[in-house]
Design a protein around this ligand. Sequence first.
Ligand code: KG4
Ligand code: ZN
Length: 343
Amino acid sequence: MVSCEKDVVILAIESSCDETAAAVVQNGREVLSNIISSQIAMHTLYGGVVPELASRKHIEKINQVMAEALAKAHMTLNDVDAIAVTYGPGLVGALLVGVAEAKAVAYAAKKPLIGVHHIEGHISANYIENKELKPPFLCLVVSGGHTHLVQVEDYGVYQIIGRTRDDAAGEAFDKVARAIGLGYPGGPKIEQVSREGNADAIAFPRAKVAEHPYDFSFSGVKSAVLNFINGCKMKNIPVNQADVAASFQKAVTDVLVEHAMMAADEFHTDQLAIAGGVASNGVLRAGMEEACKQKGIAFYHPSPALCTDNAAMIGAAAYYEYLAGRRDGWDLNAVPNLKLGER
Ligand code: KG4
Ligand code: ZN
């Protein structure tokens, strides 16, 4: 990695799912602006993200969001050293809007282009508020589309040591929320309703994947919730929404903490971070914090606004790619199923 005496300013774009976002980030860790135009209200009408509507909304908003990010940072394109963009994984139509925009702007302004992996962005969100955090560390990535236990060996160097075999953790939250009538997005609503419930009321399963101790499976707990609700309906017993939500949340977060701690033991981890939308969950944070404290592990997490999708995290990841000399060409394309560590 080359050392960089001069400040490096990156304009970053994120449009992989339902947030149109742009940010200006200096030296990977200083956020000069972070603008997010959320589409949640629109998708709520349909109970989940509608890909075609997401792409259309990104097209409508992206120029405005980018102009706002530059204005808030008191900068123009001339002040920027590179343009970064999420190019996968995600919804292909949504990704394409960001990638096309980034290419057009980089070409017109004669700036280098850097494609960023969305999950690398989530992991890098931890660098923004935790200036002392440096690899190696263990990271649990829990979002709407991904559940990965990742050993961050160096900047941009990842070893995936565990992954979900079926639903992602956030997906399970969203599906269960829909089943108990809470609507979209499920995670924050389940967390909120759970505060009124008893997490020990219902014993939902904590699934293990045989011979793969760091892998996850959340389809069983989701089915158990659906079966429980159907059973109540058949017996004409009212469903206690808060107890179901709290018990489900505890079942999922217990597994996440337990697997992360097992991996921490094997990898002799002294720093553990969490990332992705589900990392904003208070019960998960409290569980991780307590477990890390018992083992003397430093625990890191981004603040909630940097856990869910944003462009500041893409700017943070892009900085280390920039220092490593990575640049993309005008043939950069959206890759909806891009693997972490793949180029
Ligand atoms: O990282 P993210 O914004 O988008 C993806 O890359 O998928 O994550 C969104 C996911 C959704 O499934 C949402 O329900 C979940 O994160 N989520 C939460 C919470 N806030 C967002 N899950 C549990 N508790 C929360 N407080
Ligand atoms: Zn995400």
